[in-house]
Design a protein around this ligand. Structure first.
Ligand code: HEM
Length: 251
């Protein structure tokens, strides 16, 4: 008990948590505002916006799936080599040799399918609640970029098993990119690192899938959540809530 009282007064504690522990309303607000995780929600929230039908938690579920994908993807990286002679055998090793390898692979695969579906449903929810209207139009655009990144992550991951499905799927997809006006051939060349789906393409898709796209997506999500907060929290099922022009609702 003594320790509980003494700890919040130590220099170490105060360097991390700036607020005291007195049970005043002001302090309760400071506890929320000083904490990066609690701060994601506004200090004051309308009760209506906490109901399930307000957001169906779709944005949060998308975020959780992204977390599951990151962790399972990192574990898969421990067993996978992005090289033409090895990639397919690594998949077979995961299936038949690595303990729980099938579970790990399926977890990653189904979470990826789930994320595409959930992000799309989240977009529909935002649309039908008319949450794309000012002042949230910028966040809608950030959301569109997040949807594209989610789809690109799925597409780049598709090549990595280096089986027939992957090879021909990417052949068809990059040929479609070539049909694009003006820069089509250049985009295909850039994606594949050449003119054929080979060693260079596998390496490029691997780097895009494991490093570049997840980093950009994580940055985009940070901006997205920050904007939700700065635009005055979620609209919820009402679709009417707008902060007055030039006034942010949250400090
Ligand atoms: C990686 C994908 C995404 C993640 C992780 C994500 C996450 C979130 C979260 C956690 C919220 C707050 C709670 C909620 O509304 O569920 C939110 C709100 C919002 N999202 Fe997303 N989102 C993503 C994609 C999108 C897409 C594709 C769009 C639209 C094109 C979009 C547009 C919005 C808008 C406008 C809001 C504010 C909603 C409101 O004020 O009611 N987001 N997002």
């Amino acid at each position: 008990m003594e320790l509980r009282k003494a700890l919040p007064r130590t220099r170490l504690w105060r360097s991390i948590f700036r607020h005291g522990i007195s049970p005043t309303n002001r302090n309760r607000v400071l506890v929320v505002m000083d904490n990066v995780f609690l701060h994601l929600h506004s200090a004051k929230v309308r009760q209506r916006n906490l109901e399930v039908t307000s957001t169906f938690f779709l944005g949060a579920i998308a975020l959780i799936l992204f977390g599951v994908l990151t962790v399972s993807g990192l574990l898969l990286m421990l067993y996978y080599h992005p090289s033409v002679p090895q990639a397919y055998f690594d998949m077979k090793e995961l299936q038949f040799v690595v303990s729980n390898g099938v579970f790990l692979r399926n977890l990653h695969r189904w979470s990826a399918h789930g994320m595409v579906l959930v992000v799309f449903l989240h977009m529909l929810r935002v649309f039908f609640h008319r949450a794309f209207r000012p002042p949230r139009e910028f966040n809608w655009v950030v959301g569109v970029v997040l949807l594209l990144l989610t789809l690109l992550l799925s597409y780049t991951g598709y090549l990595l098993p280096w089986d027939q499905l992957a090879f021909w799927g990417v052949s068809v997809g990059t040929n479609m990119a070539r049909a694009m006006p003006l820069l089509g051939s250049e985009v295909r060349y850039l994606l594949l690192g050449g003119n054929i789906v080979g060693e260079n393409a596998l390496l490029r898709f691997y780097v895009l899938h494991c490093v570049l796209l997840p980093l950009v997506l994580a940055l985009g999500v940070a901006v997205h959540l920050w904007r939700v907060r700065k635009d005055g929290g979620v609209v919820g099922s009402g679709g009417r809530r707008r902060p007055r022009a030039g006034k942010e609702e949250e400090p």
